[in-house]
Write a protein that binds this ligand. Structure first.
Ligand SMILES: Cc1cc2nc3c(=O)[nH]c(=O)nc-3n(C[C@H](O)[C@H](O)[C@H](O)COP(=O)(O)OP(=O)(O)OC[C@H]3O[C@@H](n4cnc5c(N)ncnc54)[C@H](O)[C@@H]3O)c2cc1C
Length: 431
């Protein structure tokens, strides 16, 4: 049976599939693959737009390794099997009064898969998800098991591992005491947002911006800790938001059939779904939304100081080139960190994302957007669509060679190589 990712932009035929239920089974599988000169590639939830999990070798699903192994209430450290889904982890933490410090827009990903690509949420007090990791166990390409604690510098390689270092079997996460968030949402004209970007970004602990193309408006989300009584978003808009695949999917399909309608469809979605509201809910329910309709994404981490410039360029480009964009355009903010392959390595970034569902203008929009984000010193989001290769990435990521050296040490025979690692890290022949 062929495999596919969530967005269905990649379909592939693995030679074999395995769903190990223990670390020992992973070790045996990798050792056998190495002996036979075969390739192995782990897969989590298959939610990457990039081809990171694609393989013609053996596809190892971590679905059999998703239990919580230990919860240390004194430190908040939680040891889990690496295939656990983020929503399963949040559910397991709740009875202990614990939660994750930050999450991205959905929680369907596996933990190991999410950190592989530096999955992030927003808020300059927060790094990407891998920054919450304080320990890991990895089955390397030699079949050895490496166990890393927070003092081990190599943990900074595993925090954003690209699926290139081995099969991650266990992770320890530093959870935090559970907290509620108040979401305050408002819309502002995009020109005002560009002019006041620094102040808006600093106006709450967590700030996320959605420019709605063809409306001239930006939806601003601000999230702040609160002990106020919980209240969900009510009314029709709340219902639509909790069911975006049903409510929004048919509108995107119509735009795909008649692209000239896209600008007016965006305006009607804006009127029905966006505006001013507030709600109070547990943090994980505010961070992550209902699964959206199927769409494509390209994202870059750019230096924070270039955010306004990047948004202004995109707004102007879409207008000038008559690009029909049928999805939101997103800006989130991520604290700089020390992970070797992090797009935020050594600098705070704006994670800026161009998204398209059915518009026929996707390819030309993504190409122009990517070129501009590279001109702004951007680094790609590893889980999204990007076209740059190892020559440029080596120049952009100060610890690139260190990561590549560890990969070659842990996986000398290239058991975990695929077209993605060849493109991003360089093929073995160039060693
Ligand atoms: C609807 C949607 C919303 C999203 N929202 C966000 C968001 O808010 N923020 C954000 O940053 N990203 C977001 N993403 C992107 C997503 O978080 C990343 O692509 C993430 O890597 C997917 O996790 P996964 O478990 O599906 O991993 P997969 O896509 O299955 O795999 C990703 C990589 O991890 C490797 N891998 C997986 N498990 C293991 C393991 N146990 N050991 C070794 N390697 C492993 C794979 O080989 C591959 O290289 C979103 C994606 C979708 C579809």
């Amino acid at each position: 049976m062929r495999a596919t990712n969530w967005a269905r932009n990649h379909r592939w035929q693995p030679a074999a599939r395995a769903v190990p239920a223990t670390e020992a089974e992973v070790v045996a599988l990798v050792a056998q693959a190495r002996e036979r000169g075969h390739r192995v590639k782990a897969i989590g939830a298959g939610h990457s737009w990039s081809d990171a999990a694609v393989t013609a070798g053996t596809q190892v699903s971590l679905d059999g390794l998703r239990r919580v192994l230990a919860v240390d209430l004194a430190t908040g450290c939680v040891r889990v099997e690496a295939g656990i889904r983020l929503h399963e982890l949040s559910t397991a933490l709740a009875p202990h009064g614990l939660t994750l410090q930050n999450l991205g827009s959905i929680a369907q990903q596996s933990l190991a898969g999410a950190i592989a690509t530096a999955t992030h949420g927003t808020g300059l007090n927060n790094g990407h998800l891998g920054t919450q990791i304080v320990g890991a166990r990895v089955v390397t390409g030699t079949g050895a098991v490496v166990s890393l604690d927070a003092q081990d510098q190599r943990l900074d390689a595993v925090r954003v591992h690209l699926g290139a270092l081995g099969v991650v079997t266990e992770l320890t996460v530093a959870a935090v005491p559970a907290f509620d968030l108040e979401e305050q949402a408002e819309t502002r004209p995009v020109a005002e947002v560009i002019a006041e970007l620094d102040a808006i970004r600093a106006s709450a602990e967590w700030v996320k911006l959605w420019w709605i193309p063809h409306t001239g408006q930006v939806q601003i989300y601000r999230w702040s800790r609160t002990s106020a009584p919980r209240r969900a978003r009510g009314g029709l808009a709340g219902l639509l938001e909790r069911n975006t695949r049903l409510s929004y999917g048919p509108i995107l399909a119509l735009g795909g059939l008649v692209p000239s309608l896209i600008p007016s469809l965006n305006r009607s979605v804006f009127r029905t779904s966006f505006g001013t509201w507030s709600r109070v809910e547990p943090s994980n329910r505010v961070f992550s939304m209902a699964m959206p309709p199927r769409h494509r994404e390209l994202g870059y981490g750019i230096p924070i100081a270039r955010t306004a410039e990047a948004l202004a360029w995109t707004v102007e480009h879409v207008e000038r080139e008559s690009v029909r964009v049928d999805f939101i355009f997103e800006l989130r903010f991520v604290r700089g960190d020390t992970a070797w392959m992090s797009p935020a390595h050594g600098r705070d970034v704006c994670q800026i994302g161009a998204y398209v569902a059915r518009s026929p203008d996707r390819a030309r929009f993504f190409a122009a957007f990517e070129e501009h984000m590279l001109a702004l010193d951007g680094r790609p989001h590893w889980g999204k669509e990007f076209s740059v290769g190892h020559e440029l990435l080596r120049a952009r990521l100060p610890e690139f060679d260190r990561f590549d050296a560890l990969r070659r040490q842990w996986d000398p025979a290239g058991v975990f190589d695929n077209a993605f690692t060849d493109r991003v890290l360089g093929p073995r022949a160039s060693a």
